[in-house]
Ligand binder design. Structure first.
Ligand SMILES: Nc1ncnc2c1ncn2[C@@H]1O[C@H](COP(=O)(O)OP(=O)(O)O)[C@@H](O)[C@H]1O
Ligand SMILES: [Mg+2]
Length: 236
């Protein structure tokens, strides 16, 4: 793999995107509940830890116990990684009282401090859809997402932002996909999971839909097989 790419840690996925994510790009990972966004994100951070690139997992709606389940389920030893400061978790509190602008500013400051304190090169925000608890479905969400992306870019992080989509749409509020540099879609049908790279600025990428599996080792993409768009549409 060319060293100028960031290894996603997902077997079969790097070859769809010309070797890996573009350094310092901001990737939206969209899919309905249960498609595997959290697992994908954790696997991405795990790869970072293996590559000596510290990762910060910012969670808005994953309770601690779910995280622990995921880790144990896949045998990922995040405790050891945390001790070595290669992985850390920040719980963003979106339920605080007070002025919404103040809250956003406070959280941005906290996140900046976290990134600096662990020297995070990889960041995950799971999910940006939960920003709407504060902002509602309006311009404020766009503002909050923009300032988050500005911060991640300023800190030179390569990031995954998850989006809880509905009906296989790329975004929930019509802005997330425009603001991010790349969009990866996860689809789920009763018998099949499939993934598509919808956009990726600055690189050529595979346009087809490919099946993926979640196993005891995490997510694995089958880059050789393709799924027809009709199969996805039939489930919308
Ligand atoms: N060991 C495993 N083997 C197979 N599938 C699994 C395993 N662990 C979790 N899953 C699948 O992953 C799903 C949860 O993935 P998750 O990343 O939490 O989804 P999302 O964040 O998109 O809601 C579960 O609903 C289950 O179908
Ligand atoms: Mg999740």
């Amino acid at each position: 793999m060319p060293s100028e790419r960031v290894d996603s840690g997902i077997p079969g996925f790097n070859e769809l995107i010309n070797g890996g994510f573009i350094p310092q790009s901001q990737v939206l990972l969209s899919g309905e509940a249960g498609t595997g966004k959290t697992i994908f994100s954790l696997q991405y951070l795990l790869q970072g830890a293996k590559d000596n690139e510290p990762g910060l997992y910012i969670t808005l709606d994953e309770p601690e116990v779910n995280l622990a389940w995921n880790m144990r389920n896949f045998g990922w030893d995040f405790d050891r990684l945390a001790q070595n400061r290669l992985f850390s978790v920040y719980h963003m509190n979106v339920f605080k009282e007070g002025n919404v602008f103040e809250k956003i500013n406070n959280e941005m400051t906290q996140i900046e401090e976290e990134i600096e304190s662990v020297g995070a090169r990889r960041v995950v925000i799971d999910s940006v859809t939960a920003f709407s608890i504060w902002t509602g479905d309006n311009q404020l969400l766009r503002l909050m997402l923009s300032s988050t992306l500005d911060l991640l870019r300023r800190k030179h992080c390569t990031s995954i932002l998850t989006c809880e989509s509905l009906h296989n749409e790329a975004s929930r509020f019509g802005v997330e996909d425009f603001l991010c540099d790349a969009v990866v879609m996860l689809y789920m049908m009763p018998q099949l999971r499939a993934l598509r790279v919808k956009k990726m600025r600055g690189t050529k990428h595979d346009k087809a839909i490919h099946p993926y599996e979640i196993t005891d080792k995490g997510i694995e993409v089958d880059a050789r097989q393709q799924v027809l768009w009709e199969a996805i549409k039939a489930n919308q």
